[in-house]
Design a protein around this ligand. Structure first.
Ligand code: BMX
Length: 517
């Protein structure tokens, strides 16, 4: 049993690395940081630079992991790249020397670096970005395998900003001391690393980079009046299913796939689970979902348009998602988008506001006197199922002549088949309309006219002041101008502001998270 490893096992390692060239970037300050960290319970410290390490060595007796960072032209690796640095660190008192163990090209081969560390009698810690790096290092005799570089190399940059717990688990089979390192910036995440099999956890910036931590607080305060937009969001629409990781109101991770409307709810949840894992989701974390279809007060999910989703009827979706993913909230996609456009987008500051999505279906949501209109049966806002003057078809809801049956992407695509059986979907109709093909121009115009009627109906029904239009059809080029032209032909009393939604395809994702608050 190596006493240095045993001294660290199950413990916290603090990386005392002040911001480069910052006011705290001095050996004496680093030594004080090390002392403070040990006083706070750190079992070891990680230090960058020979001078810093020499100073810290005199201040603490716990194991010290030493590195030297260097920016070498045309070289991606930065951590402990040459023999002189290793010798300097060991001479200064490092017990462990960490080095870049990735297989990226550099002047001194990583195998020679590893051997030199061992020759000098120090323990070698391999800073890895992948399982392959760790396997190579373990076979070379490295004592410690660190997940340090996951997310910081070209091949791993896309990985989420969450800590790479999967890599910690993967190192489990290599029979070496596992150091979880990289983005463990809360006590909960550090504990999660140990729970996932790490022998110790290294934490840096959030403990020793005052500028960085201050910046996070300062940013949070600047955004204090803005809603806390963080979390994993889901948008299950009639055509696409998207997931996103939202961090401080920004989409930090995103991916989407086609929705299979004929799939079972279980299969939908599995697809969502796979997509979420792709953006760093860990089972048990909360999710906020926006879904096409109505969601009643008991959290049950029902398709109104049974052509869009064929197997969705009274599904306790929030419960199912909570069982299979994490604590879940669910609301209708258009209602979610309405919330987002009202709080963050085109409806900001408007007390009586409506959002209409013209996409696979025609959905919507109403804000009256500043609040989202909802109903126990989940039907409130399903304005796509109101009657349209020109409607002559059934839509999947079973009702005849609805706005959805004439204006939605699904309806436009189906109607086009009468004119050209080769047309695949509404996008093709819009392309053909742009080239001036009469039948296509008419279908698009009919859709816009039906939406214009809907706008006037909303003014007549609830006195709406502004309508924002979104969705793949609604935001396509020239569509809103077309709607506005039709609205302007109505008596002024039945007109209102018609604007494009500003959050685009992300509106339901932001709204899902807002709907949770
Ligand atoms: C339909 C209805 C609404 C939905 C709207 C937009 C179903 C399955 N959906 O009117 O609940 O909000 O479509 O949905 O009945 P999307 O699929 O076009 O985003």
């Amino acid at each position: 049993m190596n006493p240095i490893l045993e001294a660290m096992r199950g413990g916290l390692v603090v990386s005392c690395q002040p911001v480069d060239d910052g006011p705290m970037d001095r050996p004496d300050v680093v030594a004080m940081m090390a002392q403070a960290a040990v006083a706070g319970g750190a079992k070891a410290i990680r230090i960058e630079g020979v001078a810093n390490l020499r100073a810290a060595r005199t201040a603490v007796s716990v194991p010290i992991i030493g590195i030297v960072k260097a920016d070498v032209p045309e070289t991606e690796p930065r951590i402990t790249l040459c023999f002189e640095d290793i010798e300097g660190l060991v001479d200064a008192g490092a017990d462990i020397v960490a080095f870049d163990a990735t297989d990226r090209p550099r002047q001194v081969d990583r195998g020679d670096i590893l051997a030199r560390i061992q020759d000098l009698g120090a323990l070698a810690m391999a800073d890895c970005a992948s399982f392959e790096d760790a396997k190579w290092a373990a076979e070379g005799g490295a004592a410690i395998l660190g997940t340090t570089l996951s997310g910081y190399t070209a091949g791993t940059r896309s990985r989420s900003s969450a800590p790479d717990l999967a890599l910690v688990r993967a190192f489990g089979g290599l029979g070496r001391f596992i150091m979880a390192e990289g983005r463990y910036d809360t006590p909960e995440l550090a504990a999660l690393a140990i729970a996932n099999g790490a022998d110790a956890v290294t934490v840096g910036s959030v403990l020793t980079r005052l500028e960085v931590v201050t910046g996070r607080f300062a940013t949070a305060i600047v955004h204090a009046h803005e809603p806390d937009l963080n979390g994993f969001a889901i948008d299950l629409g009639g055509t696409k299913t998207a997931v996103a990781r939202i961090e401080n109101g920004q989409i930090a991770g995103y991916c989407e796939e086609r929705t299979d409307g004929a799939a079972s709810p279980e299969a939908q949840i599995s697809q969502i689970g796979d997509l979420l894992r792709g953006i760093g989701y860990e089972p048990g974390q909360p999710v906020a979902a926006a879904v096409t279809g109505r969601v009643d007060a008991q959290g049950r999910w029902h398709a109104v348009n049974r052509q869009t989703l064929t197997q969705v009827d009274a599904i306790p979706l929030a419960d199912r998602m909570s069982e299979r993913l994490g604590p879940a909230t669910v609301l209708n996609d258009a209602a979610a988008a309405t919330l987002a456009e009202h709080r963050l987008g085109a409806g900001k500051g408007i007390e009586n506001f409506a959002f209409i999505t013209v996409s696979t279906g025609v959905g919507g949501g109403l804000i009256l006197n500043g609040s989202l209109v909802s109903s126990p049966n989940g039907m409130a806002g399903h304005i796509g199922f109101t009657a349209a003057r020109m409607g002559a078809e059934h839509c999947g809801s079973g009702r005849m002549g609805t706005v959805e049956s004439i204006a939605s992407g699904g309806a436009i695509g189906r109607a086009a088949l009468r004119f050209d059986p080769s047309v695949t979907d509404a996008r093709v109709v819009f392309e053909r309309a742009r080239t001036g093909e009469g039948w296509a121009v008419n279908l698009v115009d009919q859709s816009a006219a039906a939406i214009a009627d809907l706008v006037s109906d909303l003014v007549a029904t609830v006195g709406i002041d502004r309508v924002a239009i979104g969705g793949s059809i609604g935001l396509s080029e020239g569509y809103i101008a077309n709607v506005r032209a039709h609205v302007s032909q109505r008596p002024t009393l039945f007109q209102c502001d018609v604007v494009p939604a500003t959050l685009g395809k992300n509106a339901p994702l932001f709204g899902a998270v807002l709907g949770r608050i």
